[in-house]
Design a protein around this ligand. Sequence first.
Ligand code: IDP
Ligand code: MG
Length: 148
Amino acid sequence: MAQTPSHTLEQTLSIIKPDAVEQNQIGNIIEYFERDGLNVVAAKMIHLSTEQAKSFYAVHAEKPFYEDLVKFMTSGPALIMVLEGENAITRNREIMGATDPSKADAGTIRCDFATSIERNAVHGSDSAEAAKKEILFFFKPNEIFRRT
Ligand code: IDP
Ligand code: MG
């Protein structure tokens, strides 16, 4: 049987944020990824420290919402995952929906689970560079499942 071309197989970092973990929506959210062919190849639950959250979101350090975002992301445990699939980076962003849930398309995770522009249920890497950097931020290579 022909192998699926590997050149579009990507990995991206996904976080189920503390709001959705608190609401016991982990299983329901992972269902959105799996039914669209994005597979979980690494996962760990972490209650982020302030230092970790600040560093992870350093790109937003100058934004007015930065301090609140750090407080939110450290308010409880989050589920950190690597998702793998064809065009995983872009497709994950599509499955997530817009940052502001009032602007998120019907059927997206943020439309269905977010409660505000801040408490928006999930994070997803927004580019190949970000995905690489964000995956390395949380996982060692031997913590990621390799099928081949
Ligand atoms: P993204 O998560 O859709 O990539 P970013 O602009 O990278 O959105 O923002 C990172 C996170 O910061 C968002 O997911 C959200 O939790 C929070 N955030 C973004 N914009 C706002 C805002 O205007 N007010 C409050 N929080 C915000
Ligand atoms: Mg972002």
